[in-house]
Design a protein. Structure first.
Length: 331
């Protein structure tokens, strides 16, 4: 869902496989003012690849991660993990349903998928080639939990919980070895008051390192506030986005100083240019597409971005047709 910046030895996160050209045109200048909304054309690169990837009926997509021409997608309906060929749109089941919806997903350089277990309060680690379960970590033990999204910083994986005001830390070994359950830490969030019930009760969501790799950025969905979080203390401080609308921010992706924020209910992708410390940002682009229906996160292949559409307000989720949408990168 994002490209972590500071990675441990032996662990190269490849949450999104970006072509070098995607970084060459990034502006390091700190832009002033707001940019007008941009309507995204429904085209992908290469042009012959499908621009809409259908999910099975009733299988709501939530998280997506891409390596090469392969995408891995989580189902919030039942926890199934799907593997897509982006060239053809062909999909296969990598791991079958668990009965509990999965949310965020991250892929490391060892071919391991980390899957956030949502209401189950856990993280699963899966071999991306075989689908075999490698490890399971129980992060939360009560029912008020929605383990959501991942970031890697200084040799550890940090995980958000949208219903409980905590971050979870999974410290990795020197060469990326998985930790023991006893090594998992809970870090209470301070300065980010949790609030709301039901649909209004989703708090900390997308997470990524700051551009300088010294802290974390976390979007609070129901308040539309982007926070900079000290990973040692859990202290959260609002980022100055100069009035940019970040309401209903969900998944995020960082490339250099460019931050992509998927905003689900507004059906928009907002692109910010940040300063190095991640304390300040300005809106550079705001993208809409007629195919967006509460998108939740974003992944990259070359110059194309792929967004999962969750159709949050479907009257009959089990009989809804869900899909992943491909758009050109506006940045």
């Amino acid at each position: 869902m994002k490209l972590p910046i500071a990675l441990p030895a032996g662990l190269i996160a490849v949450a999104l496989a970006a072509a070098p050209s995607a970084y060459a045109n990034e502006s390091s200048a700190f832009l002033a003012g707001k940019a007008p909304a941009v309507a995204a054309a429904a085209s992908a690169h290469p042009a012959q690849w499908p621009t809409t990837l259908p999910m099975p009926r009733g299988e709501r997509p939530e998280g997506i991660v891409i390596k090469g021409s392969t995408a891995y997608v989580t189902s919030f309906a039942d926890g199934t993990i799907y593997r897509f060929d982006l060239r053809t749109g062909e999909r296969k089941v990598l791991t079958p349903a668990t009965g509990v919806g999965s949310i965020g997903i991250m892929l490391d350089g060892k071919g391991r998928l980390f899957v956030a277990g949502g209401y189950g309060g856990d993280v699963r680690v899966i071999d991306s080639r075989s689908g075999n379960l490698l490890a399971t970590y129980q992060l939360a033990k009560d029912t008020s939990t929605a383990v959501n999204d991942f970031a890697v910083l200084d040799g550890a994986i940090y995980v958000t919980d949208s219903l409980s005001p905590n971050l979870y830390k999974l410290p990795l070994g020197q060469h990326g070895e998985l930790p023991e359950q006893s090594q998992v830490r809970t870090i209470p969030l301070e300065g980010m008051p949790y609030k709301g019930d039901g649909d209004q009760g989703w708090n900390a969501n997308g997470i990524t390192p700051t551009p300088d790799g010294k802290a974390l950025l976390v979007i609070q969905t129901n308040t539309g506030t982007l926070f900079r979080v000290d990973p040692a203390t859990g202290r959260a401080t609002p980022v100055d986005v100069h009035g940019a609308d970040m309401s209903w921010g969900d998944g995020m992706r960082l490339e250099g100083r460019t931050l992509y924020v998927v905003r689900n209910t507004p059906n928009k992708l907002s692109v910010l240019h940040l300063n190095k410390a991640g304390t300040e940002g300005r809106l550079a682009h705001e993208v809409t597409d007629p195919r967006f229906d509460t998108p939740t996160t974003v992944a990259r292949h070359g110059n194309t971005l792929y967004l999962t559409n969750a159709h949050f307000y479907s009257a009959d989720p089990a009989n809804t047709d869900y899909a992943i949408t491909a758009i050109p990168d506006p940045a």
